[in-house]
Structure formats: C-alpha cells, structure tokens
Design a protein around this ligand. Structure first.
Ligand code: AP5
Length: 193
C-alpha cells in the first residue's frame, strides 16, 4: 500500500458508472493510494453467493439475471459494512448507491454520525466499450443478454443519480475510456489527491 498519499481527513467517496466502466478496477487502486477501504457491494454479494449463505441464496438469481437486489436488503448490507472500524476513517464505495432510494439511505446512514459524502466520481465510457469489456471477462453475469439487461437497468435506475449528485455539487466526471493508470490519475486529481 502506498501510505505516502494518505489524507489526514477521512475521505468518503462513491465511484459511479455503468457495468464495465472500471469501478472495481479503480476502487482498489484509488483506495489503496488514499488509505481507505474499497467497498464493493457486488463483491460482497458474490462472496455471499459463493459461501451459500442465506443472503447469498436470496440474491443469487437476481444477480444472475442482471437485476438489482432490493433496496432494503442492500441498506442492511451497507449499514453493517460502514459500521466496521476500518470505514470510520473514510471509504470508497463501488456499486452503491445504485438507486435514488439507496442514495437517500446512504445520506441517512452517514448523517447518523454527522458524516457526509465528499465526492461522487462518474466514470464515463462509451456503451460499445462497456459491452466489449464485460464480454471479455466471463463472470457469471457477463453473458451478452445479461450484460444488455445490466446496462438497461443502469440507464433506468442508476443514471438518475448523476443529476442527483450534480445538484448537490458532489459530482466529478472522469473519462474512463483511457489506460487504467491514466484513469487512476484523473480520479485522484478529481478527489484533490
Ligand atoms: P457489480 O459487481 O457492482 O457489477 P457492475 O456494476 O455491473 O460492474 P462490473 O463489475 O461489471 O464493472 P466495473 O465498473 O466494476 O468494471 P471493472 O473494473 O470490473 O454488481 C453485480 C450485481 O450485484 C448487480 O448486477 C446487482 O445484481 C448486484 N448489486 C451490486 N450492488 C448492488 C446495489 N447497490 N443494489 C442492488 N444490487 C446490487 O472492469 C470491467 C472489465 O474492464 C475488467 O475486465 C477490467 O479489467 C476491464 N477494464 C477496467 N478498466 C479498464 C480500462 N481503463 N481499460 C481497459 N479495460 C479496463
């Protein structure tokens, strides 16, 4: 981990973007540079599915179909994760929030401890590149019909968050269609790091 870039003040940020935009790739890199945990709700859910837990059994088919897990269930997953000690010094969320209800839940969870979001970084990537990237990977939900559904769900349920966060002065736009290292540098710059 590069501890040289650690911030004194906790950074609470969200990476927003369509499936395949590079949220997971960038979250790990940025979080390690900033010394905060990368919190991926997709990874957390996949771990539960792999372990065959009750939660995993509840979300398995929803994820396989490319749909969104219910907001109430996600609220509980994220509440428990943000309450852990490593998230008290900040965090970088990848894959949450994905709906306006989830954005309101996040505000409420943070507000309960007088905390608030510092920034929301939108990774912008053309749709044809998103499809190429996801189909090139072969995760269980990377079949072409499921990828198309995930993109449709993103446009319908998640894209409205761009305006939501823009209206709150939190949105930063980054060109995600460039080399991984360049995207990392642009995201860090957008966060003032
Ligand atoms: P999630 O795991 O969040 O999937 P996603 O949003 O569809 O995103 P991906 O993981 O496909 O893409 P990414 O943007 O992270 O890009 P990545 O870095 O992997 O969610 C999966 C499912 O879980 C959802 O469909 C839903 O069912 C459920 N879920 C999760 N959170 C939820 C929530 N909050 N509410 C409800 N349901 C929820 O990169 C993709 C590929 O591109 C990789 O191969 C990578 O190597 C490559 N790549 C990355 N960057 C570059 C680059 N700059 N140049 C070239 N290639 C690149």
């Amino acid at each position: 981990m590069d501890g040289g870039a650690r911030r004194r003040r906790p950074l609470r940020a969200v990476l927003l973007g369509a499936p395949g935009s590079g949220k997971g790739t960038q979250a790990e890199r940025i979080a390690s540079r900033l010394g905060v945990p990368a919190i991926s709700t997709g990874d957390m859910l996949r771990d539960q599915v792999a372990a065959g837990t009750e939660l995993g059994l509840r979300v398995r088919d929803v994820m396989a179909a490319g749909s969104l897990v219910e907001d109430d269930l996600m609220a509980e997953v994220v509440r428990a994760r943000l309450a852990r000690s490593d998230a008290q010094r900040g965090f970088l969320l990848d894959g949450y929030p994905r709906t306006t209800v989830q954005a309101e839940t996040l505000e409420r969870l943070l507000g309960a401890t007088d905390a608030r979001l510092d920034a929301v970084v939108l990774l912008e990537v053309p749709e044809e590149i998103l499809v190429l990237r996801t189909l090139g990977r072969q995760r269980a939900d990377d079949r072409e019909d499921v990828v198309r559904e995930r993109l449709r769900v993103y446009r319908e349920k998640t894209e409205p968050l761009v305006g939501y966060y823009q209206g709150r002065g939190l949105l930063r736009r980054v060109d995600g269609d460039q080399a991984v290292e360049r995207v990392t540098a642009a995201v860090l710059a957008s966060l003032g790091g």
